[in-house]
Design a protein around this ligand. Structure first.
Ligand code: 5GP
Length: 111
């Protein structure tokens, strides 16, 4: 489904883009700043698969997350990769949730 976002079929506000990754706001935000960072490749369901196959792309996701947290909050952020349906993953195209802003009193994504 995120493949349609990468291809432009589903329009989103692109907040960051590199050759390998894009970032856009989560449509159901759980924090003052809630951004998804995903690889453009549709080949990986979860972060473990991505880390094994393309560690540089995973590092780029972390770097883009840091940059977005600096742009949209105070540079501090929580990075979550739900990996598996039983822990709350609903979209099986690996994605990092970047949560930033005041997270006090807020529950974790997926709870
Ligand atoms: P997961 O539960 O798989 O870790 O997270 C999937 C996330 O993707 C959810 O937070 C959900 O709100 C978000 N999401 C699902 N579909 C879309 C979409 O079409 N556009 C955007 N912007 N976010 C989406």
């Amino acid at each position: 489904m995120f493949g349609k976002i990468v291809s432009g079929e589903i329009p989103v506000e692109i907040l960051a883009e590199t050759d390998r990754v894009i970032a856009f706001p989560d449509m159901n935000p759980q924090a003052p700043v809630h951004i998804l960072v995903i690889p453009k490749s549709t080949a990986y369901d979860n972060v473990a698969e991505l880390a094994a196959a393309e560690p540089d792309t995973l590092a780029e996701i972390v770097s883009v997350a840091q940059q977005l947290a600096a742009e949209h909050a105070n540079g501090e952020f929580r990075l979550i990769f739900n990996s598996g349906a039983t822990v709350g993953q609903t979209v099986f195209h690996v994605h990092a949730h970047v949560l930033a802003g005041d997270l006090e009193e807020r529950s974790l994504v997926g709870s």
